[in-house]
Design a binder for this molecule. Sequence first.
Ligand SMILES: Nc1ccn([C@@H]2O[C@H](COP(=O)(O)OP(=O)(O)OP(=O)(O)O)[C@@H](O)[C@H]2O)c(=O)n1
Ligand SMILES: C[C@](O)(CO)[C@H](O)COP(=O)(O)O
Length: 238
Amino acid sequence: MTHARRTGHDPVVSVACIVVAAGRGERLGEGCPKAFVEIGGRPLVWHALRAASGAARVTHVVVVAPDGLEGDPALAGAVAVVRGGATRQHSVANGLAALPGDTEVVLVHDAARCLAPPELFDAVAAGVLSGHDAVIPGLPVVDTLKVVDAAGRVTATPDRAELRAVQTPQGFRRDVLERAHAAAVERGDTDAPDDAALVERIGLPVHVVAGHPDAFKVTRPQDLLLAESVLARRAASV
Ligand SMILES: Nc1ccn([C@@H]2O[C@H](COP(=O)(O)OP(=O)(O)OP(=O)(O)O)[C@@H](O)[C@H]2O)c(=O)n1
Ligand SMILES: C[C@](O)(CO)[C@H](O)COP(=O)(O)O
């Protein structure tokens, strides 16, 4: 995990993955940081780190951890562990500051999307290595979405065919992501919904590739049941 590997493209390209794991998990309500809630007997962040490290194109993994948990054994194997910030955006910025110097491509991944498979990391990295500035995985939405005003009135029904539910890992040329975060600081933005939104704000294109159903975000209690069932399905298929 800490060695730059051949990616199929010469010369060797260093692809780092920042796993953000410093959130509180208020919607999950387990009373501890969400990334340290366990499925299959291991913390969510352990599963996320394992998947990122298992991707053929990922050469380094940096974890952004909650205060006081930087030394947790679940994080062994990361090239660096840094402390989280007040928002996801701040946590990613802390991870960016800790990247190995030779990093050219950065993937940013939510520990909460703990079951995203290694192939998804590779597909996103491949998109950046093929020349895109920013690549994100997305799935078609299954519900009809409405735009609603403050009074609860529907103001629009967007065409579902044009919408995607986006996931992580999201991949970027390192210089692009650093520029996007620096511009956010200059504008005073502190809580971007995702990193792609910051790249959009500096006017650069973001390319969408196929997402994966297992890359869902553990957000509410029922998501833990789904995660356990995905692990059981995987165990049954080996
Ligand atoms: N200050 C923060 C906030 C979020 N995250 C990370 O960003 C990812 C996506 O965030 P989310 O699912 O919203 O996690 P929480 O903020 O923990 O959830 P909640 O909003 O329910 O408290 C998670 O892996 C989370 O650990 C982070 O590293 N630092
Ligand atoms: C980054 C993300 O997972 C993309 O879907 C999502 O925006 C995180 O949102 P949250 O509000 O932090 O759960």
